[in-house]
Design a protein around this ligand. Structure first.
Ligand code: NAD
Length: 439
């Protein structure tokens, strides 16, 4: 007999209240930054107006039959900020705080990021407002497949190519690939990046964002005439970006003194044993630091991590972690933004006045999208590179981009953030100008 869905009122599960997108937050930060840069570049007001608004926004409802047979309806978004420089590109995030304005902001950051590192993409982002820690693998699979079907009209290898972000991974990308392939009745591998290797993923993609963070950290240390072996590092967020950044910097000779995730943090001024922490995280059912203990390691909370004694601070969790209330107490004199938008505008000003050098997100965490670009190129050609080629090309692009931003910022007498934004917005504005306004 056909299995029937239980007849109960929809959404009997505790759910998130969908309100108007909150004012303020990262979207306001992104617009303020754009307005400032537009003024400095003396940008044409029409082009400025185009860049202030995403090109296309899609909000979808995503009904999912949960494991207990009840239906829960989630809200998802896919937002394309700009396709002026090429197909849109950006991750998909699963998190309770996902909302329209956050996705808008993250889409715009992708536009600037692709421009600053000179890869031929525009910017997009997607997300589903959900709490994946409370969902089973099967529920996540069904949600991903339905979300994919709902956003399918606007994604595709030449239109908009999603990738992993917070709480999504290679498995999520595999479900998207399969769903699109089933619905299109052919194998479609160029629709997402960050896929498992057997499905057309790229070697080096998983580590790419963290590797990029490590590469730009090394470039900054070189400019500061500081040796890697004399450098201490604190990392907030021990997920994909943070754990790989910590591991690679540790392999390069840095001492990692503090790490944290949503379950809390660890601190050892003599240096943490990153290999043993990675072993613990891999074995933990939710891949958390929780429960790790070793001699000389103190438990700290996330606020303590941000203000701990280290030369380099790498925020690699979520946005707006460094704010006006904690910025005055940050001890690091270099901040490498692994996360997107981890610093508020007010905090940015405080840190700038304190002479702390910040490598901005759109440069610091661009390694992921650069290797996503390599994955897409390999998929289109059905010709796959070995890992050393991926890493060599990643390094080449990031070292060149870092130099461009560093030199330009010094010439202009502005922070690296402002320099990176000025270079990026100028490139996107040129593309808009060259293409003209259709029709
Ligand atoms: P992830 O889900 O793998 O990891 C996020 C980590 O942050 C987890 O360890 C989680 O426990 C921790 N975390 C969450 N809330 C926290 C809190 N309040 N305090 C401390 N830690 C907390 O996600 P990810 O892919 O590593 O992404 C992290 C950041 O990097 C995000 O801002 C994301 O947009 C950005 N980013 C990711 C990529 C990528 O390739 N994955 C690329 C560019 C930028």
């Amino acid at each position: 007999m056909e299995k029937k869905i239980q007849e109960t009122p929809v959404d009997t599960h505790p759910t998130f209240v969908l309100a108007e997108p909150p004012q303020g937050g990262l979207w306001d930060t992104v617009l303020d930054q754009l307005d400032d840069v537009a003024h400095r570049l003396d940008l044409d007001p029409g082009i400025h107006a185009i860049l202030r608004q995403p090109e296309r926004e899609l909000t979808v409802s995503v009904p999912v039959v949960m494991d207990d047979g009840l239906i829960k309806v989630f809200t998802g978004y896919r937002i394309q900020h700009s396709s002026a420089r090429g197909p849109c590109k950006g991750g998909i995030r699963y998190h309770p705080d996902v909302n329209l304005n956050e996705v808008r902001a993250l889409a715009a950051l992708m536009t600037w990021k692709c421009a600053v590192v000179g890869i031929p993409y525009g910017g997009a982002k997607g997300g589903v407002q959900c709490d994946p820690s409370q969902m089973s693998e099967n529920e996540l699979c069904r949600m991903t497949r339905r979300f994919t079907a709902m956003i399918m009209p606007i994604i595709g290898g030449k239109r908009d190519i999603p990738a992993p972000d917070v709480n999504t991974n290679a498995q999520t990308m595999a479900w998207i690939t399969d769903t699109v392939s089933m619905l299109e009745r052919k194998t479609v591998i160029d629709v997402v990046t960050g896929k498992p290797i057997p499905l057309g993923g790229s070697l080096g993609r998983k580590e790419a964002t963290g590797r990029g963070v490590a590469i730009v950290t090394a470039e900054l240390l070189k400019r500061k005439r500081k040796k890697l072996a004399d450098t201490t590092v604190a990392v907030q967020g021990y997920g994909n970006v943070g754990s790989h950044a910590a591991t690679i910097l540790n392999q390069m000779g840095c001492t990692i003194v503090a790490v944290s995730d949503v379950s809390g943090g660890l601190y050892n001024p003599q240096g943490l044993d990153i290999a043993s922490i990675n072993g613990h995280v891999t074995a933990h059912p939710q891949h958390l630091l929780e429960g790790y203990a070793a001699r000389g390691v103190a438990k700290i909370n996330n606020e303590e991590l941000l203000t701990s004694k280290a030369d380099v601070l790498i925020p690699a969790a979520l946005e707006h972690q460094i704010r006006a209330d904690n910025a005055p107490f940050i001890q690091a004199n270099m901040i490498i933004e692994g996360a997107n938008g981890p610093t508020t505008r007010e905090a940015d000003e405080i840190l700038d006045n304190r002479g702390i050098t910040i490598v901005p997100d759109i440069l610091a965490n661009a390694g992921g999208v650069v290797v996503s670009y390599f994955e897409w190129v390999q998929d289109l050609q059905c010709f796959f590179w070995d890992e050393s080629e991926v890493n060599r090309n990643l390094r080449r692009i990031l070292v060149r981009s870092f130099k461009e931003v560093w030199d330009f910022s010094r010439e202009q007498g502005v922070s690296m953030r402002l320099g990176a934004y000025m270079l990026a917005v100028d490139k996107v504005a040129s593309a808009v100008r060259d293409r003209g306004v259709f029709p």
